[in-house]
Design a binder for this molecule. Structure first.
Ligand SMILES: Nc1ncnc2c1ncn2[C@@H]1O[C@H](COP(=O)(O)OP(=O)(O)OP(=O)(O)O)[C@@H](O)[C@H]1O
Ligand SMILES: [Mg+2]
Length: 319
């Protein structure tokens, strides 16, 4: 061992179990030449240098100041998990385009104009916009329809609508959010999968209809092998295309086909109380492996995952 140890910093918010367990697991692997701790910062100066080799970001979606801090740290050579540039750019609707580029099925989905005008706009701001033909939308999607934000998480503003009256009632409540309307997948099985380092997957049977603390199914029945292989493939393909090293992918299975429902979760819930002891130790150990490997074998700065190449390859294949 020579010189001072390389540092992995954790940037996090209200979580109580995952960050501390991860720090312990990194230190156990780091053999003294890689050490982990919470990030400490106050203000950011243009000439700032950063003492971390890598920062794991669990909270910048809630704290915009942190997002800019991380972009600057990335530009100065700190590895940031997950990539703050792509995280800032991506949304659930565009995610479906990424999914298509890697052969992952998604529900039929449309993106809708805002119900209410965003701040600082008036009628004249919308001269480009024409009325939506709702019959066309409803015919394309079929009821029930899920209405949910394209920039969303935490089940906020998600509505299942059984018919037009329900739908318009939900849409009327959507303020100036960017909403997408989506075909409901009538699923026989539902999985939430951790995808770590774009190479490791933990499949978790998930029951979204159960109360919050019972959604991760304990003592779950085995998964049929062909389905399991497809779930693993899809979770990895999505995470590689998006370039996320820590992600959860939700897949709803209908007629044997997994449909990607919610798969851009760069700060997924990893609390012991939610995911249960087995999934918790899996995510702690695998995350520690991957972060330590990233510090030992750094990668160049990325702006996104591989979706641009995937889309180009598809276009070449189609022509
Ligand atoms: N197209 C769909 N078909 C069937 N179920 C859906 C669909 N879209 C959403 N759901 C259900 O609604 C839940 C919340 O939707 P979604 O995961 O997209 O929102 P979210 O705000 O990201 O939620 P969270 O962050 O809690 O995972 C899903 O777990 C699923 O049970
Ligand atoms: Mg979800």
């Amino acid at each position: 061992m020579s010189g001072s140890p390389k540092r992995i910093g954790l940037l996090f918010g209200m979580e109580d179990s995952f960050p501390w367990a991860l720090i312990g697991a990194i230190d156990a692997r780091g053999a003294g030449d890689i050490v982990a701790s919470p990030v400490e910062l106050s203000y950011l100066r243009d000439s700032q240098s950063f003492e971390y080799a890598l920062i794991l970001d669990r909270i910048s979606h809630e704290v915009p100041f942190y997002r800019t801090f991380l972009k600057v740290a990335a530009a100065r050579g700190v590895a940031i998990v997950n990539n703050p540039f792509w995280w800032s750019a991506d949304d659930k609707y565009f995610g479906n385009i990424v999914a298509e580029s890697v052969g992952v099925a998604t529900p039929r989905t449309v993106l809708l104009p805002h119900k209410h005008r965003p701040p600082n706009t008036e009628a004249k701001s919308f001269r480009n916009l024409r009325f939506v033909d709702w019959n066309e939308v409803f015919t394309y999607l079929g009821f029930p329809i899920f209405l949910k934000p394209a920039y969303g998480g935490g089940w906020k503003d998600v509505h299942k609508c059984d018919g037009p009256a329900d739908f318009f009632n939900a849409y009327d409540q959507s303020r100036d959010l960017t909403m997408m309307a989506q075909e409901a997948i009538a699923f026989s099985e539902y999985f939430r999968c951790f995808a770590i380092g774009r190479e490791r997957v933990q499949l978790m049977r998930y029951n979204p209809l159960a109360p919050f603390h019972e959604r991760y199914v304990r003592d779950a029945p085995p998964i049929e092998p062909a389905l399991e292989a497809r779930l693993r493939r899809d979770a990895l393909a999505l995470s590689q295309a998006l370039g996320y090293d820590m992600n959860t992918v939700e897949l709803a299975v209908r007629d044997g086909i997994p449909y990607a429902i919610d798969f851009t979760n760069p700060a997924p819930d990893a609390e012991l109380a939610s995911v249960g002891p087995d999934n918790f130790s899996w995510v702690v150990e695998n995350m520690a492996d991957v972060l330590v490997a990233r510090v030992r074998d750094p990668r160049p700065l990325e702006l996104s995952g591989t979706w641009r190449e995937q889309i180009a390859a598809r276009a070449r294949g189609a022509s």
